[in-house]
Design a protein around this ligand. Sequence first.
Ligand SMILES: [Fe+2]
Length: 270
Amino acid sequence: MARKEIKLHTKEAIPLIDIHNHILPNLDDGPADFIHCLDMVRNAINAGITHLFATPHHKNGQYENPKKDILFHVQELNTYLERENVPLIIHPGQELRIHHDIFSAMERDEILTLNNQGKYLLMELPSNDLPRYTLEIVYELILRGIHPIIVHPERNRMLLDNPAVLFDLVQEGALVQLTAGSIIGSFGKKIRSFSEKLLKHQLVHFIASDAHNCTSRGFFLNEAYEVITKSYGSEFTLYLQINAEALLNGKPILTSHPVPIKRGIFSFMK
Ligand SMILES: [Fe+2]
């Protein structure tokens, strides 16, 4: 079981790590070419990021990026960055859209866990739906020793309406990643306020950029951590940053007891 409840005793500086973004060129809706990819590399370095997981979409209805393709492109980019002495290390990952066929896709070796370590998997829900088999897949993944990280639940309409479902998923062992842009208001007030609610209920384990470009979907990690530090204190920011670092080495994640959450206020406004 790669989950631990630990109290924080340290405030030492830890590296800035981004666990979810679309920096690889010409694979999905990230940068269209290598030039734009390098613009994102520069942006990441300027933001102080030292390591990032490149996590192209897979099976989202538009893009297919199986494991072997991502590993190839990550290695290619790392070779270039190393040769040019660029101080950024790219780690392989994948943003997998949940689907009923996940386990046979694993048998076909399509699925890429973070750093290909078989421990943590970024899992995306559809924007407007919550498949009935979601809880079952979370349960089955955990049985296999893989911890699903539900990415940007704050942008799922069904969870916005009924966040208690997210509480149940976390109770089952799912981990949760909020997008930095959601916290600073890039996706509007409703999503920002829902993000705050999830943070308050201790339903969040990671913050990531989900960056796609250098403009509207940039990194914004520092900005988000600043907001979190102001609202919840530096210990909470440290907790999130330590968890991001733990993913690099497949180490256990810090968790806190999630607070039960009621139906969203928006469901009563319809
Ligand atoms: Fe993404």
